[in-house]
Design a protein around this ligand. Sequence first.
Ligand code: MG
Length: 407
Amino acid sequence: MIRLEGKLATHVGNVREVNQDRGLAKVNLFAVADGMGGHRGGEVAAALTISVLEGSAEELSPGDMSRLAQEANELVYERSEEDELLGMGTTLVAIGLHNNQSIEVINIGDSRCYWLRDGYLAQVTRDHSFVEDLLEHNEISAQEALNHPKRNIITRALGIGPEVEVDTFTLNVKAGDRFLMCSDGLTDEVSENEIVEILTSNEDLDTAAQQLVDRALVNGGKDNVTTLVVDVCDSDAPVKGAEVEEPAELNDTTDLEIRSTEVEEITTESKAIVAERAGLGAAIKQPKIRLLLGVCIFGAFSLLFLSLRSYSQNNWFLEEDSSGFVAVYRGRPGGFLWFEPSKKSVTSVEVDSLQPTALVQLEESDSFDSSESARNYAMSLETVEIESRAEQVESPTRTIISLESSS
Ligand code: MG
């Protein structure tokens, strides 16, 4: 048993003044409509169509979606005879869930439905467009279709005749599958590779839908753009996001005016912010990633610095100081990297008074693991001297001039 969960995103685009796209995200029914027609015709046609689907029953049976499309077609066609709405129409692509088991897709026009499974994207619907017909007859290449001057001419739409032909697809899906429905404002601007990248790199439905819209805006945004990302989930799996926010009904002029105002407010949004938000992958997360990276690098350098300093300071050695006495130094002889040795204490052993044997022992003395060891060794040098002069000296002086209390 499966259920569907979907999120919608839409934007008026960078050029148009009115958003004529409409979307619907219900529990078992998800749809995108891209209206067309002068003045307010397009948005009215799309809104009427979505309102018919929105009023459908919770449980859908096979064939229900086609009947809903026919019902919407009659309503739009009827209203299209009004002067202000003359010639209006709309595309419609929709997904419905039947009996928590299978999915039905319907399509009229050039809005699309894509099916993503295991990272592979397949276009479920076929565009009802002039360019698609040319492609099918091998009259143009896929590359030529992308920039064809007549690529926006559609050959089938809802509301332009008393009846409409509806393409229907029944799909056997499984949990983990993802669907994308979109208006041509997305597919005219964003490549399928980019779509796959965004759909596969964003688990969150809202984020995926919004990033697709943002990418279309960055790539040009010449048309209204609407995306609806739908996940197929196990019936008993927890809900991924917050409750689905259903769009307001748009059956009358007041609602349309309100929606238009909202759209214009969105239009004023800084394109720079949109571009930043849409930057490669999840650009909005980049500041956090950079901060985390910075902390890691700082931590690694700190650890390295402390390790090197510990190594350089964990050593003592003996050397003659400027006054001619044997001194105890902490550090590595000659220094290590930027850590110079420091004099910690001066013994009473005068270098010039040492016997040659003791001098050799001093010069060849190794490093010591403590200040005390170094001092004791220095004292032993004096002892060598004392023993050799035992007849001349009665009591040697053994004084250590400490420069610090301890090592
Ligand atoms: Mg469009």
